[in-house]
Design a protein around this ligand. Structure first.
Ligand SMILES: [Zn+2]
Length: 593
């Protein structure tokens, strides 16, 4: 493995664009540390005048921007070589500063909420600059009906420590204590881990898949009553806080946090159910492609099409991304080129470098992308994906003030997935033979299965389970397994043998401990596929709207932002459009294999 110093500088990101030197970082750190106690100057005084309120919000923005820049720089430098003690220490210092700021500013929201509303709306009309924060203040006020008295809020805050045990217990159990058995793979003993399980599920040797599947779920099964109690406690926690805060349900509470109306969730599930036949056809095709008498749950991850082995240089990858994203227009392409040329990207693996890929950065400097590019097709898509995030941030940062630049999770995966969808459609058009075409279609169909169908099934499971808990029905291992099994039967249809082991799958999904989170993967994917299809069809209105969407940050709600590109997530239409793309690909693959 190469040392970082052996990587040519043009393949490393230029962190000097953020801070010219560590010394400059330290200067901002000292300055910020000195400023933080000034929060005290505003405490208890926000209602005094519009000017005071404005100055406080401005001060809060300035502090958080400084801390963001300090933290991102230290962390990204640390990711270059995770063994580097210097940047570990700077990251720790930035984190402490962030915690300190959170503590010192904790009076802000309660104090705004306690202000007289007539007085406050009078303040908002003042021309001292406060109008800039109108949306921030309105968002705080939206929560007023769900904010309790000061004493009650304190009690709730304290109770959290005692009630969040379930998710901690699950994490400890799942990551530290639970050990899976060893199985034989190609004459060798291999212990199953969370990390290698999916790889084992992709093994061409069916016995390996079978053994891994039975062994993994056997482990969960032997603890299933404990896991049911743990999960049930987590659900009850969510139900309790939703009730305490006067929300109609735990789902209403979770969605309100992101300004998402509940019908978005229902429309997603309804739209997928409407076309469930497509998933059944997919299962039938998979059974035929694998040439098996019975399709089992352990046959789900192995590729339907034999490996189309090709590797790509980084130069080729950049060229493919530029070609594939050409429908987004010249300006978008010029930004991509700027990112490629001006060292936004840390391309190759080196000793100690953080694994995986991400796009990150701080307001005021161009975005950054970390890759570990090794030339697989997946890595070409990763480049398109991460540059999607990067250019989303670039557009929002350029067009929004700091206060409104950060976009929300609900829309975060739209730009990245849209890029992947555009790239794969381009590659399909250019496929040189049917084998390559089949391979690419398989790749895209797997994204649909894993992101749209699977996450919607998860979302449906959560909705059912939380509703039952709210109605006072006990969540036992038996009832949870029964609900989960029924969903699998519905989703996969008659061509799938739904092995009983899969009934325990809910017990190993960490995301279920963050209630009502996963549906956003399915909605984001659907929106992205719908948008990419319209752009490819030459719809100029969608393209213009898409640039506005990218530029919107959090200046509007996620649903309003998506409406800019003609995608209304409060209807089932975008999900339907995405599923129509799935259908087209399925039609084609059925003729190819
Ligand atoms: Zn992403």
């Amino acid at each position: 493995m190469k040392k970082r110093s052996d990587i040519p500088v043009e393949f490393t990101w230029n962190m000097e664009d953020m801070f010219p030197s560590d010394e400059a970082w330290k200067e901002l750190y000292r300055e910020t540390e000195k400023r933080l106690p000034d929060y005290q100057n505003y405490k208890g005084k926000l209602a005094e005048s519009a000017e005071t309120l404005y100055q406080c919000l401005l001060f809060d923005d300035e502090c958080s921007l400084a801390i963001e820049r300090l933290f991102v720089y230290a962390r990204q430098k640390s990711d270059e070589d995770t063994g580097n003690q210097i940047y570990q220490e700077l990251t720790g210092k930035a984190q402490l500063l962030a915690n300190r700021a959170a503590e010192l500013s904790s009076f802000l929201i309660p104090e705004i909420l306690s202000m007289d509303e007539t007085l406050l709306s009078g303040y908002l009309k003042s021309d001292c600059g406060i109008a800039h924060y109108r949306k921030v203040i309105e968002r705080v006020l939206d929560k007023k009906a769900h904010t309790l008295s000061v004493e009650m809020e304190e009690l709730l805050a304290q109770s959290l420590e005692a009630t969040q045990g379930a998710s901690q217990i699950f994490n400890m159990f799942n990551n530290a204590d639970l050990k899976f058995p060893e199985i034989q793979v190609g004459g060798e003993s291999v212990r199953i881990t969370h990390g290698n399980y999916i790889k084992l599920m992709e093994n061409q040797d069916r016995t390996v898949r079978q053994n891994a599947f039975f062994a993994l779920y056997g482990s969960y099964k032997s603890f299933i009553n404990t896991l049911a109690s743990t999960f049930s406690a987590n659900v009850k926690q969510a139900v309790f806080y939703a009730k305490a805060r006067h929300y109609s349900s735990s789902r209403a509470y979770a969605l309100a946090e992101n300004e998402i109306p509940e019908n978005v969730y229902d429309q997603l599930i309804a739209a997928v159910h409407d076309r469930m036949g497509l998933m059944h056809r997919y299962a039938a095709l998979r059974r035929r492609a694998l040439g098996v008498e019975e399709l089992h749950m352990y046959d789900l991850y192995v590729p339907m099409v034999a490996d189309y082995d090709r590797s790509y240089t980084y130069e080729e990858a950049k060229a493919m991304v530029l070609e594939g994203l050409a429908p987004l227009g010249d300006h978008y392409l010029s930004l991509l080129k700027e990112g490629f040329r001006n060292r936004w990207i840390d391309v190759y693996e080196n000793e100690g470098k953080r694994s995986g890929a991400y796009s990150w950065g701080a307001y005021g400097t161009h975005p950054y992308v970390l890759l570990n590019f090794s030339g697989t097709l997946d890595h070409v898509f990763t480049l398109a994906h991460e540059m999607g995030h990067a250019l989303h941030s670039w557009h929002s940062d350029q067009n929004q003030p700091y206060t409104y630049a950060g976009y929300k999770i609900f829309v975060a995966e739209v730009a990245s997935t849209c890029n992947e969808a555009l790239l794969i459609r381009h590659m399909l058009d250019k496929a040189e033979n049917e084998k390559e075409e089949a391979y690419l279609i398989n790749h895209f169909l797997e994204s649909f299965r894993g992101t749209l169908f699977r996450q919607t099934m998860f979302a449906e499971f959560e909705a059912i389970v939380h509703r039952k808990a709210a109605e006072g029905e006990p969540l036992t291992a038996e009832s949870l397994c029964g609900i989960y099994r029924q969903l699998n039967v519905e989703y996969f249809g008659p061509d799938m043998v739904v092995d009983h082991e899969i009934d325990y799958e809910w017990a190993r999904i960490p995301h279920f401990y963050t209630p009502f989170y996963v549906y956003q993967y399915a909605t984001g994917f659907s929106a992205a596929v719908a948008i990419s299809s319209r752009i490819l069809a030459g719809d100029q209105g969608t393209l213009d709207g898409y640039v506005k969407f990218l530029s919107g940050g959090c200046s509007m709600t996620p649903i309003e932002l998506l409406k800019l590109c003609g995608v209304d997530m409060s209807t089932s239409k975008p999900v339907g459009e995405a599923l129509a793309v799935f259908e087209g690909l399925l039609d084609r693959l059925e003729t190819l294999i």
